[in-house]
Every structure is written in C-alpha cells, then in structure tokens.
Unconditional design. Structure first.
Length: 317
C-alpha cells in the first residue's frame, strides 16, 4: 500500500472513530424550552440549573423561551421535536393538567414524560405596596362592594394563580376579573403600572421582589413557607384557598428510554451539587425534588382536584 493510500485510509478511520464517539448527548446542544417569559420563576429556576446539567452530560443546553397559552405553545413545540433527546421542556402544573380539561390541544399530553419535579412553590396574591388592602379580608370586602372591579393578573387560564382566584371567588362569594399575561414579570409590570389591581405570584418570586413596591396578602399553603414565615396563609385568614406551582422538566416519551434515564439522572445529580444548592438559596428556589415516575404517579389525583375546582365554576358561574 502506498504512503498516500495509507494516509487516506488513516484519515477515513479517524473520521469514523470520531463520528462514533460523537454521540448523544455530546455531539450537539440540547435545547431547553421554557414555557413562560424571561424573568419568572420557571425561567430563573431552569437558567440556574442548566449549567449544572450541562456539566453532567458534557454538552451545551441553551435555554429558549416559548411563552403563551399557559404553556401549550412550549408543550406543542416539544411534541413536534424529533424524539432524539435533543429537546426538553419545562413542565408546570397545574397548567399542564388543567389544559387537558375541556380544551382541544395541539399536542397529546400522554406523549410527554416528566423527567423530574424540581420545585413546588406556594401561590400568593400581591398588590401595590400603597394599595388600600392590608389583608385578604380587606380585598374581599372591596370586591363584594365592587363586583368585577378587582382585576387579577395571571399567567393564563388554568394556571395556579387562576385556580387560586377561582377558589377565592368560591370561598368568599365574590366576582374577580382575570387578566392573562405571558409571564410573572409582565404581570408584575402591569401591577406596578396600575393596570391590574392584584397579581398572582409564587412565594419564591415574591421573596426576590422589591417589598417597597409590592405587598403580598396571603400564601396559599397548609403551612407558612420558610421563604415567607411572616406571611399568613389564606386559611389563617379564614379563606379555603390552597394552590401551588410545581415546576420541572419533561421530554418526549418516545425518546429512547436509556437517554431519558440519563437525562433524569443528570438532573437529580445536578440538584444535589453544593454549588447549585447555594445558587438555589440565593434565588429563593423552594426545591422539592420528585423523580419523573413519582411525579407522574401523583398527577391523576391532582388533575381530579383541579377538575373539581373548574367544575364548581361551571355550576356557579
């Protein structure tokens, strides 16, 4: 064999070996879709976590925001991506579940598999710091005297803020007006501009906000969150409102099982890293890890509860 032929053969073999080594997940970036606008709780959580997952998988994970329709735009994009493990998405409940109730979707929810729950964050209702309402009872009293005049900014129909609003309407016998936004930051801007009376935020989002500009009226949990120990619950104030946001990640179910398992394991390992835990503390992320399998198993009961809340509204419009 001539030296030229030997060199050509060596080059071919080297190229083939490199191609064989450049396999998922290291041969190209994994796109992470965020279902809400930049600056909200989901966006902050995943931008904080992404570098740690990158380190575990040895690849890059650019974060892409695809807000709108309570998350349906992002879930549709994920469902239309190739099942090759190069696209994952945020997954948020209750929105992911409530959109399955009496709504024609552009994607099949059963085609998306949770990889892990990362956060569970109780809801709050927030007003301008100078608003006349000091408590939830003050707001309810005003709403009773002014039906429909209290507007509530949410991140869409069926989201945790929207369901909390529906529960308060039912518990207090009042009429509120929902105003949807693409994300928590947009809702906050509208509140500060005086365009809505009140917005729904999560405790983690409120904890990182300027408390000279906004004030929370109640948190919607059984017990006070450690992120807001001085903020009373709605139940403490006499209103049966319980709602939180669960946030995690999902992939298409037809991504090879070995790849989905590796993604899930990388998320779990990243969440336990001391460096991540320190950043999560700085960002006031209320971490509440659950495996994809455990989170999936818990969803039917949650869906039934949300279905009941929505059914009550139909019965008592």
């Amino acid at each position: 064999m001539t030296a030229l032929k030997s060199a050509a053969l060596a080059a071919i073999l080297t190229t083939a070996a490199t191609a064989a080594l450049a396999e998922w997940p290291t041969d190209r970036p994994i796109e992470m879709i965020v279902a809400f606008a930049p600056g909200g709780g989901t966006d902050i959580m995943l931008r904080t976590l992404a570098p740690f997952i990158e380190a575990e998988l040895g690849t890059q994970i650019p974060v892409m925001n695809r807000p709108g329709a309570s998350g349906e735009i992002a879930y549709t994009a994920l469902s239309q991506a190739k099942p090759d493990g190069y696209t994952i998405s945020s997954l948020n409940t209750p929105g992911f579940l409530t959109m399955q109730v009496d709504r024609k979707l552009r994607f099949d929810p059963a085609a998306l598999c949770p990889l892990a729950r990362i956060v569970e964050d109780p809801g709050t209702f927030v007003v301008q710091a100078g608003a006349p309402y000091q408590t939830l009872a003050d707001l309810v009293a005003f709403a009773k005297d002014n039906p429909g005049k209290v507007s509530v900014g949410t991140t869409g129909v069926g989201t945790d803020e929207h369901l909390a609003m529906l529960q308060l309407e039912q518990a207090a016998g009042i009429d509120l007006t929902a105003v949807p936004f693409a994300g928590a930051n947009e809702a906050k801007t509208a509140l500060l501009g005086g365009h809505v009376s009140m917005i729904g935020l999560n405790v983690g989002e409120y904890a990182t906000s300027d408390h000279n500009a906004i004030r929370a009226l109640a948190q919607f949990s059984e017990e006070r969150s450690t992120l807001a120990p001085d903020l009373s619950t709605a139940k403490e104030q006499g209103f049966d409102v319980m709602m939180s946001s669960e946030r995690g990640l999902a992939a298409r179910c037809d991504v090879p099982e070995a790849d989905r398992t590796r993604l899930s394991q990388a998320i779990e390992v990243a969440l336990a890293k001391p460096e991540f835990l320190e950043k999560a503390k700085q960002q006031n992320l209320p971490l509440s890890y659950q495996s994809g399998a455990d989170w999936t198993a818990a969803m039917p009961a949650r869906l039934e509860r949300f279905r009941q809340i929505l059914a009550l509204v139909k019965e008592n419009p």
